[in-house]
Ligand binder design. Sequence first.
Ligand code: ZN
Length: 200
Amino acid sequence: MTRAGQNVAASAIRTCIGCRQTDSRDALLRFVLAGDPPQVVPDVRRRARGRGASTHACYRCLERAVAGGGFQRAFKRKMQLSAPDLARWARDQYRRRAEGLLQACARSGQLALGTDAVREAISRERLPLLIVAEDAAGRRGELMDAASRLGGRCLVFGDKRYLGALFGRQELGVMGVLDGGIAGEVREAAEHERELAEEA
Ligand SMILES: [Zn+2]
């Protein structure tokens, strides 16, 4: 491996300030200080400037970081933090991130909307991610089987009304992400959102 390659690999590893284990950056949720007075805010896209601190993108590690003083140590200041509030805020960011990715995907023709379009994607053997609404009935099982036979993943995300509203429709039970890279990012955002639920 080249020296530059090693640097890239090293920079993609972070330590969780909750459990103190290291992990790949993608498994972790970044926080930064922002505002005046400065407060800890989630930075799910990892774009904000300045010093960051990371926890695993799960409620347990976030709670440990709050209770164990991990944020105080990382940002070198005293602060009052609420794990439920930070988790809710981060979940909201992940949800908006997934929605933005899906809408961008639709604009670039990389999203199959509805059963017929998903069937067509399956027939062309191109379906890295199948998304089904929680309340989607009917052909849901059949489509999920077909998607996994193609090596794709399935994600249960929102209900029919919610998915429909993202695309100006009354209801939408299934959709398929056709771009592999975006499929991975959508799945990551949705999984992190779920893992940050207090009951998870
Ligand atoms: Zn952790």
